[in-house]
Write a protein that binds this ligand. Sequence first.
Ligand code: F6R
Length: 610
Amino acid sequence: MTRDLETMCGIFAAVSDKPVAHILLEGLKRLEYRGYDSAGIAMLDDHKLKRVCAVGKVTELESRMDSEAFPGCIGIAHTRWATHGSPSEANSHPHMADGVAVVHNGIVENHGELRRRLKRQGCSFLSETDSEVIPWLISRAVAGGAGAANAVRSLSDDLEGSYAVAVLTEADGDVLHAKRHGSPLVAALGPLGGYLSSDISALAGFADEAIVLDDGDQVELRRDAIAVFDKSGRAVTRPRMTVEAVGNDFDKGGYPHYMLKEIHDQPGVARAIESRYDAGDFIAEQVTLDFNRIDRIRMIACGTSYYACQVARRWFAEVAGLSADVELASEHRYEPVVADGLREAAILVSQSGETADTLASLDKLKGLRVPTVGIVNQQGSTLAREADFFLPLLAGKEIGVASTKAFLAQLLVLARLVAHAADQRGHRAAAKRLRTALVAAPKAIEAALHNESAIVAVAESLAKAQSALFVGRGALYPLAMEGALKLKEISYIHAEGFAAGELKHGPIALVDDKTPIVALAPSGDLFPKLASNLREIAARNGRIILLGDRKALLALSDIASASLTLPSCDELIQPIVAAVPLQFLAYYVAVARGLDIDRPRNLAKSVTVE
Ligand code: F6R
């Protein structure tokens, strides 16, 4: 499996007996959140292929299409995140060759060799991409007498790497052909026609059910029929998944950005998790692991999801008496294996369920026969389907590139898994305390949202800084790192999170009167230690932005240049509550700097490249 070579591009295609241009544009808009830098569409118009592409946003593509008629009833569309070749019109998909148009998600590893071979055969290339060899391979096969379906089938003889492709040909103009190897692709039929998409959620409203293709599968999609064939060419029936209604997920709900809407969605997410997880014994039904027979938990994730695991590591130790290691998937996948005889279970946490490094870790763990629990937001994603056990995050679609509500959902679900493990291991009092704290979480999250207006003023001053430090201790140390990540990814201000006790070992050299220090300092066991760390900063003219409950803010009022109130709650769930002001802070700093908050530069929502 060559998962690590996938790209973040998005595929959407439609066939109907009515014009599909607006459907293709809507599909692309729903895939925008994945990250892209150009977009394009190819449609059949009067048996002839017509292509339109634009660098930049889908709205740019849309305005180009406004000036011309696109009456076709079949088409393929693509958002491209540049890998081979810069973002340009020539490099945008669809790529075309002699009556064949192709959109591709993946990387053709042997494209150099194929390109040389095709050039010798007279094919000419217009782009620098690896993908352009694909329409040429198909058109050569069609010219040699193969039907379009066989031409697509024979791609697997030539292509090395990973791919999901959707293909439209002038020769077979009623059918969309598609094939998948390594990169995700789903197919569906709805009342208006047939669809292909990289992402099941983009089909909401178009179809009620979708087929998640297996590796090697090929599809022939007509307006009213889907046929799926496995890698040996045999017709197969694949299970169908419900396309969850998106509700208002794709709607900003009156907010100027998805990120702000998603921050405000959080009390609702907490309640959705409560009603699914706390009604019966949901976790026991989903995860049939015996935590009494486990010596160590291994948690694997990337980015924000990794910080959620860092919080859970402390919960596992404190509440369930179970030691847990947390590893970055990008490191874990290449780490040497030490057989120390400990019985392990692995927890892999991901919003998208398609992060290449996390999936590579999943493969590695499966090879080692370690039982795996996938905690995932995206329904039908690879991690959700392939982990031994699956716990849904129920955060709804997260569209803003900076993760907010999925992070909070990860903490809430991980906490419940910890309480379940603690019960099984006989740590009943600790489990009960955590469960009681969780009951109070939705209200505490709501209370944290009330701080929004106070944060705006603080953010305006932070927006002028060149660099910011975030500090915390214990379970709030990962939140300091998460706060710094949030700030840097959407405001482009350099930010770093530290364990407050580490400052003296180096980072305190960065403290001056220009560098704001965001301190996570609610009352609790570690407060006196943290207070001393903060006084050391104040003694060096550090500008402290203090986040704490009333008691903590009062105790440190003499050294804070700004204070933001956190609602009081059990120390165990402080990381959950503290997430909210950190998200607001990053958001309003980016607003003050006038940046593209939902689509920060260079980032993609679903990181499917290594
Ligand atoms: C930051 C952010 C990323 C993701 C990371 C992992 O706001 O969203 O750091 O957390 O790319 O993605 P998933 O959770 O989809 O595996």
